[in-house]
Design a protein. Structure first.
Length: 476
């Protein structure tokens, strides 16, 4: 029959139970990396039974969440149907490159109330949705008050428990970083047999940024290409600076000196932040924790949205130029990989896919204190697995958890080349378990252009959670 041993990772359960410490015995939660494992004297009762009970409770919690989404969606749909049935409360218009767009013509507070229901319904109780509906009235050209009575709703259960509001939804300004894979496969494979993966992604990114109802005038935006390192494309570097890197791994007098054994310099250096600005504090002379931050002297990773620069970036094929060029920045994690024989410095940016290192670096920088007053987002677009080398998937997960819900992450994989989607899902889970917005969307059917369009529609919906956003219904 044989004998079997099971080794459980306590960190996995810490993430699953979101700090409730219900899944494992208390002793297991006190374990630390490198320490002795916990071996219960009665594993069947102390461990196996407890995990099974936790699984049952977790299933119940998830079912309750489904009930909330279903019931809230039911009543929100009733409100929306009544709005769309009103003559003069919506209109259609053709827009270049976007087909026919149908939008409500509501104005002011009435429009805001309607959009709140459309975007935030799952975070609202039945009473709150009904109250918002009472504030909906027609435009000047078609005046009138929306008539909606909660008592006449056909909602199955009006006493559902609404979902907790993500932290991102309560901050008015957004800092949105688009992290775009420019590995070679992004230009050799096509979506719908018509355009390359890279062309499809950059077109969708442009459309999203150009929509001032989603990315508002006060928001900040950045575009970074990644492959064999990073290349910052937006915002444009300020006068007199060139994007470059020195990634140092210690705190003490502002960081390592350029050219020291712990740094790699190609142009202006990165200096580590003060301990209070890092995700995890470290004293002078001590190693930075896994969640250390780095600040670039070259340019901020996001800046005030500039739609003209976005248009130029797409029309002048700057992503493709970055892909074919050798200009890049990368940190000590990839320098170690380079010492083992990988000539990263002289390789084109499109020669590798160091996705984990790119995500780690950009997430660290976006978590800097200067962005704390905005809702921080990374939209990661990729079409394959990490090349191996640099940061590990475990290191990325730990960093994302340490963001404590202050960072939001939406990952879209394009095409069928991704074989480790479970890792990308775990990154999204690490964010959502801490209270942020975390999503992984696999647009794997390349023959169907609508799948990528639907994926970006989910990005748009996520960004609209933040105050100040607006929405519209698109029909083509």
């Amino acid at each position: 029959r044989g004998q079997y041993g099971v080794v459980l990772n306590a960190d996995d359960y810490r993430a699953l139970d979101k700090g409730r410490q219900e899944a494992l015995p208390p002793e297991a939660y006190r374990l630390r990396a490198g320490g002795a494992p916990f071996a219960p004297s009665d594993p069947e009762t102390a461990l196996v039974q407890r995990i099974l009970e936790f699984g049952s409770k977790e299933s119940e919690r998830r079912l309750e969440n489904c009930k909330a989404v279903y019931n809230a969606g039911f009543i929100a749909n009733e409100v929306c149907e009544r709005v769309w049935m009103q003559k003069g409360w919506h209109a259609a218009k053709a827009e270049a490159g976007r087909g026919v767009q149908v939008d409500v013509t509501l104005e002011g507070e009435a429009r805001k109330a309607f959009l709140d229901i459309c975007v935030r319904y799952r975070y609202m109780s039945a009473e709150e949705i009904a109250e918002a509906a009472s504030r909906i009235s027609g435009p000047k050209a078609a005046p009138g008050q929306l008539v909606f009575f909660l008592g006449k709703s056909l909602i199955p259960d009006r006493n559902y428990e609404k979902l907790p509001m993500p932290k991102a939804a309560v901050q008015g300004r957004k800092s949105v970083l688009f992290l775009i894979d420019v590995s070679g496969s992004m230009s050799t494979n096509r979506i719908g047999g018509r355009i390359t993966r890279l062309e499809a992604c950059k077109s969708r990114v442009k459309t999203l940024i150009m929509n001032d109802k989603v990315v508002c005038d006060g928001d900040h935006v950045g575009i970074v290409a990644f492959g064999a390192g990073l290349r910052r494309l937006l915002p444009r570097p300020t006068a007199g600076t060139v994007a470059g890197t020195t990634m140092n791994t210690s705190l003490g007098g502002g960081g390592s000196a350029p050219g020291s054994p712990t740094s790699r310099t190609f142009s202006p250096s990165l200096t580590s932040t003060s301990p209070t600005e890092c995700l995890s504090p470290a004293g002078a002379g001590r190693s930075l924790s896994l969640a250390s931050c780095f600040v670039s002297n070259a340019s901020d990773i996001v800046g005030p949205v500039n739609r003209r620069h976005v248009t130029m970036l797409v029309e002048k094929r700057e992503l493709e130029s970055a892909q074919a060029g050798t200009q890049k920045e990368y940190g000590e994690d990839l320098v170690v990989f380079e010492r083992n024989g990988a000539d990263i410095k002289n390789k084109m940016l499109g020669n590798f896919t160091f996705m984990y290192s790119a995500l780690y670096t950009c997430a660290s920088e976006l978590m800097h204190a200067r962005y704390r007053n905005s809702s921080r987002w990374i939209i990661l677009l990729c079409d394959g697995d990490d090349s191996g080398g640099g940061r590990s998937e475990a290191g990325c997960r730990e960093l994302l958890r340490s963001c404590c819900g202050e960072l939001n992450l939406v990952i879209i994989s394009v095409g069928s080349d991704v074989t480790r989607g479970c890792v990308l899902q775990s990154f999204a889970d690490a964010i959502s378990h801490e209270g942020g917005v975390g999503k992984y969307i696999a647009a794997f059917q390349e023959q169907d252009e609508n799948q990528l369009q639907d994926a970006f529609a989910q990005v748009e919906e996520s960004l609209l959670l933040v105050g100040g956003g607006q929405t519209e219904a698109g029909c083509s």
